[in-house]
Design a protein around this ligand. Structure first.
Ligand SMILES: [Zn+2]
Length: 98
């Protein structure tokens, strides 16, 4: 199967890696009702957000949801998020933790 964007076979295509490197990702945390904290990853575009959410949940052993280009993870993971996103192929300069 070929990539719909560049037309190359999947094993040669680097679209997803290039897209990842060009992402500007914002990571924030938010305190919800009853003091529950969620970590929010925002700004993801043109990537498989479900796949990324699944990977993050596995690495952090937490629950979470992915919708509208936004991932919400249960718990406060701000301190780990940058390293994990870099390991997953995102560019350090593009990750904003606040
Ligand atoms: Zn491609």
């Amino acid at each position: 199967m070929n990539c719909p964007r560049c037309g190359l076979p999947k094993e040669l295509c680097v679209c997803e890696e290039m897209t990842k490197e060009a992402q500007r990702i914002r990571v924030t945390s938010d305190r919800r009702t009853y003091g529950k904290v969620v970590t929010i990853i925002d700004g993801l575009r043109d990537v498989d957000i479900e796949k990324i959410a699944k990977e993050l949940k596995r690495r952090l052993a937490c629950g979470g949801t992915a919708k509208n280009n936004r991932i919400e993870l249960q718990g406060d993971h701000l301190n780990k998020m940058k390293d994990i996103l870099i390991e997953m192929g995102f560019s350090e300069d593009m990750i904003e933790i606040s």
